[in-house]
Design a binder for this molecule. Structure first.
Ligand SMILES: Cc1cc2nc3c(=O)[nH]c(=O)nc-3n(C[C@H](O)[C@H](O)[C@H](O)COP(=O)(O)OP(=O)(O)OC[C@H]3O[C@@H](n4cnc5c(N)ncnc54)[C@H](O)[C@@H]3O)c2cc1C
Length: 489
């Protein structure tokens, strides 16, 4: 009997893995578990054409190498696309869905049984030497020899200031699905908490319907603006210098800064870094300047980003989780707005709304938020200024990374908030390790679920690289017989 594979999470990561495993010999069953239709996860499951990818077609592909598979998919359907384009996110959902259905058909014709369980997986535990039993939210249990966790991001971070009001219909805990925002009463005044990608999606959707919008975040900073995010034709980074970085070096920060600046300088053909970005204090002014810089071809930094993400993921994979998080946190304020920069189209729309007064961006988080007496809205107070009234509040403050942890009884908890479980160790092959012996289990983490091993996971290209590597190793290892705890039998 062949392997019985379970993939938990059928978003873009789950599909990129499925596409590869479906062609690996020796698998008899692939079971996918996801409450959503396969391919339509949080980011790409949207149907609103206003929402764009912030990554170019070149890197938003389920195959990390060669010509973009997404480019081929879109071109074959008559879309006049270039590899630098930022396409609507719903097209990635369709791409993932179609690729899944194609590969599923192919696998079934080759005798592989494919099943989709439309529910969540709650936990899993080893069963004898045969594999694992996965507990589903609907009470069923399924067993498999190998489990791949592709959980993505679907638990929004709720700021403390609104937490006491959860359940209030005038509070949206997430910007998604954006269709819910389209149902607000006409001409509402809406406070969006956050100023990054999800907050921008919410602002664009709300401003399109002529609502008045205030975005508020601690920094009050919008992302930088780019015209493309593409892989370089030839490597630009001095990878040997990056590989030589030691996480324990007292001069690590200076060395990383030097390597980042060198990378940007190489891409910039002599353009100084300060002329590639704006330091304007006001967000509208900074956005206008950075839009102009991008449009006039001076945002050279953008051509280093894809390579920097790849090299950072590669070199820091072997670092301790705490060291990696500490280094990333120190750099977050410096690089996050460039890694998650927005396409020119979004920058133009935002600037239009900022200029016509539909939208404003303010630094700071409200001090308090109180439902108004008539129950239709909020009184919001800010430090050092008078209270303001809003009709609706939308949280766009990011997502919790999947918290997977061993419970003392040997159960691996997959769903829900972190508790008192034993810290999770992940091997360099992205396998979850036995908490007692440290041996790698036949449980893999990919995409956001791999955050204990990988620095920048919120990016389809990272997941595509992981799927390729994991499926290739699985293919090789499949010719050997291994027990669930990874020991050769
Ligand atoms: C608003 C937004 C915009 C983004 N834009 C881009 C972009 O332009 N380009 C890019 O490269 N990346 C983007 N990302 C990052 C993006 O999420 C990933 O690149 C990609 O979608 C990851 O796919 P995924 O399958 O890992 O996650 P998701 O798409 O989130 O899918 C995860 C799936 O797992 C399921 N799931 C979770 N827990 C369980 C469970 N316990 N049991 C069963 N099923 C479960 C969920 O239902 C979901 O369907 C964006 C992210 C967000 C939030």
């Amino acid at each position: 009997m062949g392997k019985q594979v379970i993939i938990v999470g059928g978003g873009a990561t789950g599909v990129s893995l499925f596409s590869r495993l479906s062609r690996v010999a020796g698998i008899s069953t692939i079971s996918l578990i996801d409450p959503n239709p396969v391919g339509l996860g949080t980011a790409f499951g949207t149907t609103d054409p206003l929402l764009l990818c912030n990554t170019s077609v070149d890197v938003t592909s389920m195959d990390p190498d060669g010509e973009s598979d997404l480019l081929g998919y879109l071109a074959a359907r008559g879309w006049p696309v270039h590899r630098d384009d930022f396409v609507p996110r719903y097209l990635i959902g369709q791409y993932c869905r179609e690729r899944f259905l194609e590969r599923r058909r192919e696998a079934e014709q080759a005798g592989v049984r494919v099943r989709h369980y439309l529910t969540r997986a709650r936990s899993m535990s080893p069963v004898g030497t045969e594999g694992y039993s996965v507990e589903l939210a609907d009470g069923r249990r399924i067993t498999g020899t190998d489990v791949f966790l592709c959980l993505g991001l679907d638990r929004p971070v709720i700021p403390d200031v609104v937490r006491p009001h959860l359940g209030n219909p005038a509070l949206a805990t997430s910007a998604y699905p954006v269709e819910d925002l389209s149902r607000l009463s006409e001409n509402s005044r809406v406070l969006i908490l956050g100023s990054k990608l999800a907050a921008i999606d919410a602002a664009l959707v709300l401003a399109r319907s002529r609502h008045r919008v205030v975005m508020a975040s601690g920094s009050g900073a919008l992302p930088a603006v780019r015209t493309r995010l593409r892989r370089p034709k030839a490597p630009r980074l001095d990878t040997s210098a990056w590989k030589a970085l030691s996480p324990d070096s007292p001069s690590l920060d200076q060395e990383v800064t030097r390597l980042l600046l060198t990378a940007v300088a190489q891409a910039a053909n002599g353009t100084a870094l300060r002329s590639q970005t704006s330091s304007a204090a006001r967000s509208a002014e900074r956005l206008a300047e950075e839009l102009e810089i991008a449009m006039t071809g001076r945002a050279h930094w953008q051509d280093t980003i894809a390579e920097i993400i790849q090299v950072v993921n590669h070199i820091s994979a072997g670092w301790r989780h705490t060291t990696r998080s500490a280094v990333l946190n120190r750099y977050r304020h410096l690089v996050a707005r460039y890694i998650s920069a927005i396409p020119v189209r979004n920058a133009r729309l935002l600037l239009g709304h900022l200029t016509d007064g539909t939208l404003s961006v303010v630094p700071g988080i409200p001090q308090s938020v109180t439902p108004v007496a008539d129950g239709k809205g909020w009184q919001v107070s800010w430090e050092g200024s008078t209270a303001e009234r809003f009709d609706h509040i939308v949280c766009a403050t990011g997502y919790h990374k999947p918290e997977i942890g061993w419970l003392p009884d040997g159960t691996l908890r997959l769903d829900g908030a972190a508790g008192t479980e034993i810290d999770l160790r992940v091997s360099d092959e992205l396998r979850v390790c036995d908490p007692l012996t440290g041996d790698p289990e036949r449980i893999w983490v990919l995409g956001a679920a791999s955050h204990r091993r990988m620095a920048i996971v919120n990016y389809l290209n990272t997941a595509a690289h992981q799927s390729k590597a994991v499926a290739a190793r699985f293919d090789v290892a499949n010719s050997e017989t291994t027990s669930p705890a990874g020991r050769l039998t």
